[in-house]
Design a protein around this ligand. Sequence first.
Ligand code: ADP
Ligand code: MG
Length: 394
Amino acid sequence: MDTTVTEGSRRIQQDSAVTTRFAPPLDAAMATPVDAHALPALTLKNVTHHYRTKRALNHVSLSIGQGEIVCLVGPSGCGKSTLLRLSAGLETLQEGEVAINGQVIARPGSSLPPERRGIGLVFQDYALFPHLRVMDNVRFGLNRLPAAEQKERALAALRQVGMETYANAYPDALSGGQQQRVALARAMAPKPSVLLLDEPFSGLDTRLRETVRDETLHVLKRSGAATMIVTHDPEEAMFLADRIVLMRDGVLVQVGSPATLYTKPANSFAASFFGEVNRLEGQVKGGRVSTPLGPIAAPGHAEGARVEILIRPEGLRLEMAGQGGGQVSDLAQVEASRLLGRASLVHLRVLDTKGQPHHLHARVPGHFLPPDGSHVIVTLEHHQAFIFPMDDAA
Ligand code: ADP
Ligand code: MG
């Protein structure tokens, strides 16, 4: 792969390199194996990638099942786009292996070009050809088919995204959301078995983004294509994904359903990535760690180990303290209460056993706004508290 194509993938250019991106999966090399449905749609095996001396990916292995939506999520620079671009063939594979429907399509020194991989690509900037009508943008990747079939397929793809009435419009007459829908139609028109989307909603403002990603989710699910979506937004990943792949510094931190990552985070990085957490520290004594909210069992942690305790704000339940109600250790003083909409956020001051104050956030359902300075009884839901060793790399 030469650098023209590598550059061209960032922002579409009016050059021939771009034509490689939307070609149909009609290649003989991509003939669907008989047992395709039993095989993962996309497999990356032991992929390592360097840019000069910078290691962007470190022994990454990952499979995406037929029809599955997988979100790659993680902080900026963690290697998400590199993984997607290696899958697409927009970046030359240095180490490892990429397979589609069980057939190896890239290993070091030998690689199928993007247009022969049976993939569809969507980028943040839509990358529509401004001088082509919507219909011709979508037909672009169908150029090996007879004209009548091209038109039929393009219309069907536009119908899937609710854009068939705009077939004759030019891209600049469309809103950002509409352009993104056309870009999706163009990627899907050749019926690729794998769709690769890199930050597809980042160019849209917040309101529109929610609508477009909701529509996209349903379109993707109906299309049956295996999909890998890159996003830096944890909420977006939880909204879209059947499975989330959380990355950091070129490695996979955790792979699982949104529910698994939220309720069983692998480390403190994973716990804090998907939502605010209260953080406390402590030491394991007799299998437990003492906190300002009482002792918490610390199974699997060595006696005497220093640990951090991460508690989701919704893991704290509050009741107003009545006369004589609650233990003193459960009492917390309210520093501020705010209604956020569906939930209220209550800022609390609690004391540990040494009398040291700690600031905690409780997120409670509905309209619960205890006055500043009042006292509340705090009950910790233990399944919302996560304990990790302090020397955890995360
Ligand atoms: P992400 O998509 O998660 O933000 P990338 O895969 O784009 O991350 O980048 C991973 C790392 O590789 C980053 O440190 C980035 O600066 C570096 N990188 C990406 N592309 C290039 C490139 N073409 N040349 C040099 N370094 C790059
Ligand atoms: Mg990126």
